[in-house]
Ligand binder design. Structure first.
Ligand SMILES: Nc1ncnc2c1ncn2[C@@H]1O[C@H](COP(=O)(O)OP(=O)(O)OP(=O)(O)O)[C@@H](O)[C@H]1O
Length: 273
């Protein structure tokens, strides 16, 4: 039963119903497609993401996860479909506006922290830079906020002036997360955020990410080939194969009762992803 129907049955005020129905998803993706010549990157992908929701995208290597994420985050232009963020079409909007969204409303956590950090800039500078990009100017406040965020990602404040290359891989990834979240983005794209790290480091990072996602009520699109990562972080899940979504639903539902043979293979780990 829809929210509106439930509310009507409960005798709720008509204006409340109207607001509930008019409330748009944070991200609406319709028929998104991208090909590389004759090779399909992703095709006919549609989904809604609601505020505070984490959407996981899983699939084996080459299934189209990165292509989809790049199109969603505006790093690549799709050939077909629409991406509506907060009611605005991000595919057709001017480049300058898309870049502004990238600095303010969106964040992108790369698999390799080197792609998301400025390696020649101090840890504090990496975090502070994002604050300055959204208008912060008071040096004392910026440094204080940077210190606070280093603490939140379990980096000792004494390391604030160190360069990222003086950090371990796990620390670099945590710094990248702090840099991305410090401005309170409305939507976070994550590309294999725990990939490329040792298993014990992965577990710690995953734990940290889960805490942040829950506490901050993050809206996120998370790409991974690791089902344990989506199990812990994602509310909903899309399974991709050959560029198309073959199954979608609540994470636990899809993982505990997979319907598509490909998802069944993924879940039973017969297929190495
Ligand atoms: N720059 C490119 N030029 C040509 N084909 C590409 C390019 N990038 C991706 N593809 C193709 O598009 C398809 C989807 O690739 P994509 O990288 O999106 O998959 P993926 O699920 O992210 O894989 P992985 O987990 O290995 O990163 C594959 O067939 C791939 O070979």
């Amino acid at each position: 039963m829809s929210y509106a129907t439930t509310a009507a049955l409960a005798g709720a005020d008509a204006s409340v119903i109207a607001v509930a129905e008019a409330d748009p998803p944070l991200l609406r993706v319709e028929g998104l497609g991208k090909s590389y010549g004759s090779r399909i990157g992703c095709a006919d992908v549609s989904f809604d993401l609601w505020p505070g929701e984490v959407m996981g995208i899983v699939g084996e290597s080459g299934s189209g996860k990165s292509t989809l994420l790049s199109c969603l985050a505006g790093h690549m232009a799709p050939d077909a479909g629409r991406v509506m963020f907060d009611g605005r079409d991000t595919v057709t909007m001017p480049e300058v506006e898309r870049r502004r969204l990238g600095r303010t409303d969106w964040a992108f956590v790369h698999q390799n922290p080197r792609d998301g950090l400025r390696m020649a800039v101090s840890a504090g500078g990496n975090v502070g830079e994002r604050l300055m990009a959204v208008g912060a100017r008071h040096y004392g406040n910026i440094r204080e906020t940077a210190e606070d965020w280093l603490g939140r990602v379990e980096i000792d404040a004494s390391r604030i002036d160190d360069r990222p290359r003086q950090f371990s891989g796990g620390m670099q990834q945590r710094l990248q997360i702090a840099r991305n979240l410090v401005t309170g983005p409305r939507l976070v794209f994550m590309d294999e955020p725990t990939g490329g790290l040792d298993v014990s480091v992965q577990a710690r990072l995953l734990d940290l990410l889960r805490g942040l996602v829950r506490r901050l009520g993050l809206s996120a699109v998370l790409v991974t080939h690791d089902l344990a990562v989506v199990r812990l972080l994602a509310d909903r899940l899309m399974v991709m194969k050959d560029g198309r979504v073959v199954e979608a639903g609540l994470t636990d539902q899809v993982l505990d009762d997979p319907q598509h043979p490909y998802t069944q293979l993924l879940v039973s780990s017969v297929l190495q992803v």
